[in-house]
Design a binder for this molecule. Structure first.
Ligand code: GLU
Length: 305
């Protein structure tokens, strides 16, 4: 078990940041419950941010549905939710700062060009598409499509996860210079999440372990923008029958909220919390006390990154 987190100078502020690509399912409820419990156990605030920057993937009404599912589980934010689709000016200002400081550059490459360059490099023929840095030294007359962060630091990014322990990643080698603004003009998750976590004073990010390997990219961006890094805790995933992370693609069912207490109990079980009785509010109070007693719950780390 990792030691309880050190107190930060700012009051604890946590958040749940769902992408409203559909209703919440059993896996997303685990992340929502863990972030809510961690905030309550620290006597902190808990915010909800609708991460709808990828608007084409967000069907109308899914945001309202997610908020109503949270409310049915008594996971109620301390402030009105925010929508990333309304915060583009903040992301534009951050990109401008990165460009002015030489941290970001325009890129003309299409996905298929990157895949071709990778296939031609015998050291890079693994699954993930790693940007080879083609446009790092200029567009050479080609048209800018996207904007990328320059990741030419030799040292790997090291960070401490509150559940998974010490982590590190060579971002340059693992993903290369990554996208900040996409070729279709949409803001990339990495930039939006870093800008918003800082703007909202988030001290603790508690989210699913599938996002753990995004953390080093976010830390690089925080450093480039001169922003503080929050603490991170990545929660256990709920796996589908095929052993993959539960997602809409492998048939995750929307949460059945005819019995919110049962849905919460299942999520709590995944976090290593005890059986509790009563209404959602009564169970939440019991789990908050259990979470506070040990610093985090979640049990031992068992998912590889
Ligand atoms: N919007 C992301 C998702 O729904 C979560 C991002 C985060 O918590 O940083 O998977």
């Amino acid at each position: 078990m990792n030691p309880a987190p050190r107190p930060l100078p700012h009051p604890y502020t946590g958040r749940f940041a769902p992408s409203p690509t559909g209703p919440l399912h059993a896996g997303s409820l685990v992340a929502a419950l863990a972030s809510w419990l961690d905030a309550r156990a620290h006597g902190g605030r808990w915010l909800v941010r609708i991460e709808d920057v990828d608007t084409p993937r967000c069907p109308p009404g899914a945001d309202a549905l997610v908020l109503s599912q949270l409310a049915a589980c008594q996971l109620l934010p301390d402030e009105a939710p925010t929508w990333q689709s309304r915060r583009g000016a903040l992301y534009a200002a951050a990109l401008e700062r990165l460009v002015a400081a030489g941290h970001a550059y325009p890129c003309a490459c299409s996905r298929s060009e990157i895949a071709l360059a990778q296939a031609a490099d015998p050291t890079q023929r693994h699954g993930e598409l790693v940007y080879p840095g083609t446009c790092r030294n200029g567009l050479h007359g080609r048209r800018a499509r996207a904007w990328r962060l320059r990741t030419d630091r030799a040292a790997p990014v090291a960070w401490q996860d509150r559940r998974l322990g010490p982590q590190q990643q060579d971002v340059q080698g693992a993903v290369g210079d990554f996208v900040l603004r996409r070729a279709d003009g949409l803001w990339a998750y990495q930039l939006a999440v870093v800008v918003d976590d800082a703007a909202q004073g988030i001290t603790d990010v508690v989210r699913g372990a599938d996002l753990a390997d995004n953390t080093p990219r976010q830390i690089l961006l925080q450093r480039a923008l001169g922003l503080p890094s929050p603490r991170y805790l990545h929660t256990p995933l709920v796996l589908a029958a095929d052993g993959e992370k539960l997602s809409k693609q492998n048939g995750a069912q929307a949460l059945d909220l005819r019995d919110p207490a049962a849905a919460l109990q299942a999520a709590a079980g995944r976090l290593g919390l005890p059986q509790a009785a009563g209404s959602p509010a009564e169970r939440l109070a019991c789990w908050t006390a259990a979470w506070a007693a040990v610093g985090t719950a979640c049990g031992p780390a068992h998912e590889p990154l």
